[in-house]
Design a protein around this ligand. Sequence first.
Ligand code: HEC
Ligand code: HEC
Length: 309
Amino acid sequence: MLSTFGLIILFLGAFTETKLSMEQLGEKLFFDPILSRDSTISCASCHKPEFAFADNRPFSKGINGQLGKRNSPSVMNMSARPYFFYDGRAQTLEDQVLHPIQDPVEMGSNLSELYVKLKRHDLYPKAFYALFNDTFQLTQMQIALAAFMRTLETDDTDNDRWLMDESPGLSPLQIEGRNLFFSARAKCSECHFTPDFTDDAFKNIGLYDGKDYRDSGRAKITKNPKDLGLFKTPGLRNVAMTAPYMHDGSIKTLEKVIDYYNDPHKVIPHAINRDTLLSKPLGLTNKEKKSLVAFLHSLTDDQFKKNKN
Ligand code: HEC
Ligand code: HEC
C-alpha cells in the first residue's frame, strides 16, 4: 500500500514532469523527430551528442535519406558566437533553429503544420504554458531550443587546467604544440583565438577553386566576390571528437588537417582567394606536426574521455 508520503512523491513526480525548465524543454525538442516533416529526423540525428554534437560522416542524412551539402558542425560552445552557419546566415541561435526545420533536405517542415503538430502533442502545450504563461507560438520553441544549446559549454579540458596551473595539465609534447599553435611560424592563433579558438570571422584557407571545390561560402550571402571561399572560422574545442573536418568534411583526420595547413597549395593548387597568412608552406617537421595534433587533443572536454575507445 502506498503511504501518504509515497503519494506526495508520485504527485510531485508527475508535476515536475510537466514543469520542465526552459533548458530541459529545449533538450527534449532537440532530440525529438517531431520537428521534421515526417517525424523521422531530430536535431540530434545530425548533431550527435557522442561526437560533441557534430556528425562523424562528411554529410548528414535528412528526411527521405537526402544528403546535405555541408558537414554538420558541433553545436557546443555556441553561446558567445555572433553568427551561425559556415556562411554566417543566422545572427542568433533563436533564428538559426528555423533554418534546419524548414530546409527541404534536412527536416522539411512547414511552420504552420509544425505548429499544429506541437499544439496537439500531449506534453508540449502544457510545458510551454508553464514557462511562458501565454498561448503557444513557435517563437517559444525557438527560445527553448536556443536555451538548451547555450548549456552546451565545455571547459573541463587539460588545456584549461594547464592555464589555471591545475593537474593533469599538458604533456611536454602538448606544450610544444601549444607554443607552436600560438607562434608566428604556424600562425594558427591568428584565426583560432582563445577562449573558444575562433576569431568569429570569415576566412579563406584555400578550400575553394570554383571547380572541384565549389562551395563559395560567405559570398553566397553577401554576393561580394571578395568573400569567395570565406567560411566562418570554427572553434576548436572538442575538435578531436568531430572528424571529418572542414565545411565539406573533406579532411578525414587531424593529422591530415595539419598536413593541409603545412602546404595548402600541394593539396589544392588553384585555390581562389586563399588568405595571405597561408601563402607559403609552413615547413613543419614531423615532430612539430605531431605536437600540434597532441595539443588539439588537449581541447577535449572530460565528458568525452569516458566514451573513448
Ligand atoms: C540533416 C542534418 C541536420 C539537422 C537535422 C540539423 N542540423 Fe544543424 N547543421 C547541419 C549542418 C550541415 C550545418 C552547417 C550548415 C551550414 O553551415 O550551412 C548545421 C549548423 C547548425 C548550427 C550552426 C553551428 C555553427 O557553428 O555556426 C547550429 C547551432 C545548428 N545546426 C543547430 C541545429 C538545431 C537546433 C537543429 C534542430 C532544430 C538542427 N541543427 C538540425 C545539419 C543538421
Ligand atoms: C587564415 C585563418 C586561419 C588560419 C591561419 C588557421 N585556420 Fe584553421 N580554420 C580556419 C577556417 C576559416 C576554417 C574552416 C574552413 C572550411 O571549413 O572551409 C578552419 C578549420 C580548421 C579545422 C577544422 C575544424 C572543423 O571543425 O572542421 C582545424 C582542426 C583547424 N582549422 C586547425 C588549425 C590549425 C592547427 C592551424 C595552424 C596550423 C590553423 N587552423 C590555422 C581559419 C584558419
